[in-house]
Design a protein around this ligand. Structure first.
Ligand code: ADP
Ligand code: MG
Length: 554
């Protein structure tokens, strides 16, 4: 419904489109524009189709964002809600108010700003089942926001606003470039990590903004495709985007990507989906290959070697600081041991919560052709591997090691000698309660213990948790994120393991001993995907001697 109303505003040539929803849209939806407005005859006609129109499915409660049918959106909406239209054309001095209440249309003259404001109230109000959907409003608002963002991205010229329960959520200014629009809608903070590609081939044109593999998400919500100026999904394009990222992203991780595709009109069939959300492409394979090539090339350029490499062309990268390789300092070891438990041949040690029974060390693979040269800036491990110089990020590398060791075996459990209890704020407690099965699956013996209080009796082997409230708050919010997007099975367990990995991993700024570095590096290469951390960030940057030769112009 929001989609149809916003599209009507754009069809009316609006320079400004303002959307407000309350109660997720179940209470009211208003879309106001400064477009061409309607004459009395148009207004009546827009509603009168109601008599013959299909009535929208009343069971479809999650439909605020999309409800409506081609060519009869207003009539269809009026069939299931109270609708008011306030409108004035540039030629008229006085505007019109049209109201449809339980099927009756009334039009009267009334002062109005130029343009059209459509207000929809009491959607499905006569459906008793609606009461059951207590959580529906929040979910429905998220869908409204998604549709809103997709339309904003598709149309950079008009100004947009989205208000939720009286609070401004998004603004996008008029006359933006695509790049500015992406920044406004996606968030400027992400734009730092976003690459840009432009390509054309025959009659196909592509403009793409895409994240480096450092930025990835648990769902597909941040992949936007705009085909011939309209937000539209096309499976082959989606697959092409994913295949351009290939192994750079972990399984279950998705990039941020805004893909503008301009194709000849006869190459796109928009009539395969009742709401035109999905389109069919005439030559799917050619378009997919084009998108994949353009993006893969863009990603290659936006290589993962330098932060902000995506903007290397715009902002010159400063020369790297001189390399100072320092050796580990013994004194730091003790503190370090307390936070990590996965180093081989480590004896059991106590956690703040109580004594841990036993730690089984993971198998130690052969060292191979890897030599640790030292640590840089207490953050990076410098390694020679065969003919390559490899710089490893100690935190992401350790995350990968911990995550794989937890994920690869059935959860071995450490029993706490004393059960431990902790409390969380209500919202987080709810998320944690919802995630209890996933936590148990990951090896926690955890149960509710009074309001917002939980008791833990055992933790997965290898988990190092110092700050329990902090850890479980993080688990709760990661669980919400993993479940918020249409989550794959196992997503909750994955979210739990990632949090354990992130919490237990050595941080940047910690000085490591030579032994610790050697064992981390060995464990890292024993994992099946050593090059990315569980969140999809790179763990290492490699420099081949060939590249060195080129750099030194040998
Ligand atoms: P369609 O957009 O397919 O014609 P709708 O039911 O969405 O069908 O709209 C019916 C008609 O109402 C439109 O054709 C247009 O003339 C008019 N209309 C709807 N919304 C607006 C608007 N925001 N500004 C001007 N005219 C509008
Ligand atoms: Mg329409």
């Amino acid at each position: 419904m929001v989609k149809e109303l916003m599209e009507n505003s754009l069809d009316a040539g609006a320079n400004r489109v303002e959307v407000s929803v309350s109660g997720g849209g179940f209470e009211s939806v208003t879309v106001a524009d400064d477009g061409c407005g309607m004459e009395e005859e148009d207004l009546r006609l827009a509603f009168e189709r109601y008599a013959t129109s299909k009535i929208a499915c009343r069971e479809d409660l999650g439909a605020i964002s999309t409800l409506g049918f081609r060519g009869e959106a207003l009539a269809a909406i009026a069939a299931v809600a109270d609708v008011t239209v306030l409108t004035r054309t540039a030629e008229d001095d006085v505007g019109l108010r049209g109201t449809v209440k339980q099927g009756r249309v009334a039009v009267r003259r009334e002062g109005a700003p130029r343009g059209t404001t459509v207000t929809v109230r009491r959607l499905f109000a006569d459906v008793p089942a609606r009461r059951k959907f207590a959580g529906a409003a929040a979910a429905e608002y998220r869908r409204v926001a998604d549709v809103f963002k997709r339309i904003c991205l598709s149309a950079p010229l008009p100004a947009f606003k989205l208000t939720k329960d009286g609070k401004l959520q998004y603004t996008a200014r008029a006359g933006a470039t695509r790049r500015e629009r992406v920044g406004e809608v996606i968030g400027w903070q992400y734009l730092e990590e976003v690459g840009y590609a432009e390509a054309s081939e025959g009659d196909c044109k592509l403009t793409a903004f895409f994240s480096s593999p450092r930025v990835s998400f648990a769902g597909t919500a941040n992949i936007y495709t705009i085909i011939n100026g309209r937000p539209a999904r096309a499976k082959p394009v989606f697959k092409a985007v994913m295949s351009a990222y290939d192994l750079r992203l972990d399984r279950g991780r998705y990039p941020l990507a805004v893909i503008y595709l301009d194709l000849p009109p006869d190459a796109v069939d928009v009539n395969v989906h009742p709401r035109k959300e999905e389109v069919r492409l005439a030559d799917e394979e050619a378009v997919a290959a084009f998108v994949r090539r353009a993006l893969a090339e863009g990603l290659g350029r936006a290589a993962v070697t330098v932060p902000n490499a995506a903007f290397a062309a715009e902002a010159p990268v400063p020369p790297p600081p001189p390399v100072v390789v320092t050796n580990g300092i013994r004194e730091a070891v003790e503190g370090y041991l307390k936070r990590t438990g996965l180093w081989p041949q480590r004896p059991a040690h106590s956690s703040p919560a109580g004594r841990v029974e036993e730690v089984t060390p993971p198998p130690v693979p052969p060292a191979g052709d890897v030599a640790v040269l030292g640590q840089l800036d207490a953050t990076y491990i410098i390694v020679k591997k065969g003919e390559e110089l490899v710089v490893i990020d100690q935190h992401t590398a350790h995350e990968r090691v911990i995550y794989d060791s937890l994920a690869s075996r059935p959860a071995a459990v450490q029993e706490l000698l004393l059960p431990l209890s902790f409390s969380l704020p209500p919202a987080l407690a709810d998320d944690l309660t919802a995630g209890l099965p996933a936590l148990r699956d990951a090896g926690f013996d955890i149960a509710e213990f009074g309001p917002q209080t939980f008791v833990v009796r055992s933790v997965p082997n290898g988990a190092r948790i110092g700050d329990w409230e902090g850890f479980f708050s993080e688990v709760a919010s990661n669980l919400r994120r993993a479940g918020g997007e249409r989550s794959a099975p196992g997503a909750a367990r994955e979210a739990v393991l990632k949090t354990i990995a992130c919490h237990g991993a050595v941080k940047a700024g910690e000085v490591l001993t030579a032994e610790e570095m050697a064992s981390l590096v060995r464990d890292l290469w024993a994992t099946p995907t050593p090059e990315v951390c569980p969140h999809g960030r790179p763990t290492m940057v490699r420099l081949e001697t060939k590249q060195l030769e080129r750099l030194f112009r040998r």
